[in-house]
Design a binder for this molecule. Structure first.
Ligand SMILES: [Zn+2]
Ligand SMILES: [Zn+2]
Length: 305
């Protein structure tokens, strides 16, 4: 197998592009795909202050590395969720990566936002699924920390596989509002809301993993232990099965949707400011602040019963 560009030994074959590439030309391909997303969707400019959410997985670390190589100013934000060994390892790997590359990393602990509870403990107390609580916490904390520290844009490492699986899930359940909001850039519509962007939408999970390996990026390989059996993983595997016989399926599925936007774009919701914390909400008090109140009540019940 030879690189289509230079004829040297290829290190990866990309069936959906009918392309084999050597190390050097795969690297070039990867950076080009990131640039393509930034340019096509006008995600951000060179003068923007970017904050990237880094979990310690391959997507966020690879994207951080690539954006800095492309000359952007990007700092990292890691949320320690308190999910046992998994979180300990994720935090350590993220800290080591930042230290080695001399990148600025902000670390936040879930306990500081959940009345002293970790994600698994809070989810038990509230009898609420850990994934839904974790999603709420991440959205809130990333935005709040970014706004407080003066960043313009929040960057996440969602790749082509993540986004096409989300699209499939939203279509199967006809979540029209989610379908309108599924886009590589969401503009800020409130003074305390960051613009949100996804520069990895042109790269598959496998391509991102290959980039991480070629760049010697150490990352956490396992999925979150609490997400085992999540339907999003089933959607991913269904799409990968289609991809085996029909290379390019995921890419066409997602990008035709993004070009056509058959459900229209997100309605600009009239966002209010939460009466407790001042961050955007559609009701009087935001869901994070309501969750905090319920946690406080639940620990009170335990003490008094
Ligand atoms: Zn080559
Ligand atoms: Zn609030």
């Amino acid at each position: 197998m030879k690189c289509r560009i230079c004829g040297q030994k290829a290190v990866i074959k990309l069936r959906q592009h009918n392309l084999a590439l050597c190390e050097e030309h795969f690297d070039e391909f990867f950076l080009k795909r990131v640039k393509k997303a930034i340019k096509e969707y006008r995600l951000f400019g060179q003068s923007d202050k970017l904050l990237i959410a880094v979990s310690g997985g391959k997507d966020s670390l690879s994207l951080w590395d690539a954006l800095v190589r492309l000359g952007y100013h990007v700092d990292g934000l890691h949320i320690d969720l308190g999910i046992g060994e998994y979180s300990i390892r994720s935090r350590k790997i993220t800290e080591e990566f930042a230290m080695e590359h001399k990148f600025r990393l902000i670390i936040v602990e879930a306990e500081d936002f959940l009345e002293g509870y970790t994600v698994p403990k809070a989810s038990q107390r509230l009898r609420r699924s850990p994934c839904s609580l974790c999603g709420l916490l991440k959205r809130y904390v990333m935005n709040r920390v970014g706004v407080e520290k003066g960043y313009d844009v929040l960057v996440t490492g969602h790749n082509l596989d993540d986004e096409s699986a989300t699209l499939l899930g939203n279509l199967l359940t006809w979540q029209e509002e989610y379908l309108r909001r599924q886009y590589p850039v969401l503009e800020s519509t409130h003074e305390n809301l960051l613009r949100k962007v996804k520069p990895l939408i042109y790269l598959t999970e496998r391509e991102v993993a290959a980039y991480a390996v070629l760049r010697s990026i150490k990352y956490v390989e396992e999925e979150c232990p609490l997400s085992r059996g999540a339907t999003s993983l089933e959607y991913k595997s269904a799409l990968n099965q289609l991809e085996v016989h029909h290379p390019g399926t995921k890419h066409r599925f997602l990008h035709t949707f993004l070009q056509r936007r058959p459900f229209g774009s997100a309605k600009s919701l009239q966002l209010l400011s939460c009466s407790e914390c001042g961050y955007p909400t559609t009701s009087k008090v935001c869901s994070m602040c309501r969750t905090k109140v319920r946690l406080k009540e639940s620990s009170h019940e335990i003490r008094t019963s």
